[in-house]
Design a protein around this ligand. Structure first.
Ligand code: AMP
Length: 190
């Protein structure tokens, strides 16, 4: 299996790029944010719980997120691999992911990080909020809190994957096609 983590702060373009890459390599795309939003829309128990955190721009607790991710992976094992978009976001999530994949004799092939400056992130998220109406994209202090959560809990994962020799940073600014090409280049050389 080829398992890719698309990494980067909120607004880096993970969802946009994952959508393009999944078709090219026939990978199963898991966006934890999308799974949470689906649950909120359908008013499930998980959705009600996740909403309290998401509306403030805080991370949903690890235990809940890991359990949900495990379930999605285990229900879709018949694939060439996965693109993880928005997961892992903490060290315990990264450890849980390793543990889960190991059960299937698999591992993370690459973490591909989209590097984008904070000012650009804020601009992109504010613009996306106008179009999508996503509540957590439509308020400056929530956006700033999400970026703060990224730096305090998530950014450390760069070292985690560097130690495994599978971290690849790419420039996440430019035309969408150009960024896709940069990602493809990394994947083709794996
Ligand atoms: P995203 O769509 O990836 O920007 O995620 C939107 C929100 O969902 C985040 O701000 C978090 O509240 C929550 N979320 C998504 N993925 C995770 C995760 N792996 N761990 C904790 N919370 C998450």
């Amino acid at each position: 299996m080829k398992n890719i983590v698309l990494f980067g702060p909120p607004g880096a373009g993970k969802g946009t790029q994952a959508d393009r890459i999944k078709n090219k390599y026939n990978l199963f795309h898991i966006s934890t944010g999308d799974v949470f939003r689906f649950n909120i829309k359908n008013n499930t128990k998980l959705g009600v719980l996740a909403k309290q955190y998401m509306e403030k721009g805080d991370l949903v607790p690890d235990e809940v997120t890991i359990q949900m991710l495990n379930k999605v992976v285990e229900n879709n094992l018949d694939v060439n691999g996965f693109i993880f978009d928005g997961f892992p976001r903490t060290k315990s999530q990264a450890n849980a992911l390793d543990h889960l994949l190991l059960k299937y004799d698999s591992s993370i092939s690459a973490m591909i990080a989209l590097e984008v400056a904070d000012e650009v992130l804020i601009e992109r998220l504010t613009e996306r909020g106008k179009q999508s109406g996503r509540a957590d994209d439509s308020n400056k202090s929530i956006i700033e809190n999400r970026i703060k959560e990224y730096y305090s809990k998530t950014a450390i994962l760069k070292t985690f994957y560097q130690k495994k020799n599978c971290y690849f940073g790419i420039d996440g600014v430019g035309k969408i096609d150009e960024i896709t090409e940069r990602i493809i280049k990394v994947i083709n050389e794996l």
